[in-house]
Design a protein around this ligand. Sequence first.
Ligand code: SF4
Ligand code: SF4
Length: 339
Amino acid sequence: MKDKKTVSFSKDATNIFFHILTNCNLKCRHCYINKKEHGKNTLPLETIKAWLEAFAGKSATANVIFLGGEPTLHQDLSLAVKHAKKTGYKSITIDTNGYLFNGILSKTEPGEVNYISFSLDGVTRRTNDMLRGKGSYDKCILGIKDAVAKGFNTSLIYTVSSANIDEFDMIEDLLCDLGVVRFFIQVIGIRGKTAKSGSSGIYQENPQVSRLKWLDIIPAAAEKIARRGITVTYPKVYLNQKEQFECAGLVADNYFIFPNGRVYRCPLCEDYPVHSMEFKENMLVKTGKINETDLFGLSIPEGCVMNRLIQPGNLSYKKDGTPEYKIACCLLKEELSAM
Ligand code: SF4
Ligand code: SF4
């Protein structure tokens, strides 16, 4: 038995996606970090603490995901985790490429971190290392095994693209063998390096898989994986014309924070200086017009306005010019959990 639900947007939970630095030891082909827009600095611990506190009491529940760059390169990550716990964050996650620098598994306890989330983008070493760099597959697998052995809950993030979809059917066994408890499927976004990926030569015409291929492979694979006791989350992506479109910028409480102080409400806006908030001397302030919030209320038949602007390759139209379907907010997820 399993339970499938669309995770509804809510203002009752504040979710912060906290990039504490942008530095990374890898150079993934699809990296979305854009240092021109996101900064090159590493936040001092005192700043991390102040910014965590700014969001801790915004709603009944606050959740934080520590990100980078590679967040374990930050020597004070374990202290940031402890501060988030002390400040009342209900859920604390560290996203990592698996290298687990600075002895993070020894400096934190399983009771302090809800999940350590590992990014792997190929079921085979060959595909993952082509996308993420030589040696990264082995390092990630070793990191997961180490975290599981030490009693941490682990999750795995797989960014689906035309370069790795063909081996997706093999991931189920790998997840079970490794003992991860959650599996996050993501869609490659046409942003960061991928927006310029003509130079990389690894993707076919479109790095994103076609709608038919996505719908043919992903929901069925997610069900199979959930039946084996792993909670699976994947983006809904496509809405039929009867399904209601909602923009998370209006109906949810998500914040994407970068070390240069920019705070976005929409991840698809992160390549542009349209952030709606920023930290100034550790105070969170609203930015002036025009910013991302001016896009959130726009209503177009294609659904998400930012998707229409930056990745229109996933849309298709009828002969009369109307779209065949809508694109959901990139933050709208389906979740399947074992019961
Ligand atoms: S591990 Fe993450 S931050 Fe580092 S290069 Fe890869 S995608 Fe970018
Ligand atoms: S992805 Fe689209 S729908 Fe979602 S927050 Fe951004 S603009 Fe709104």
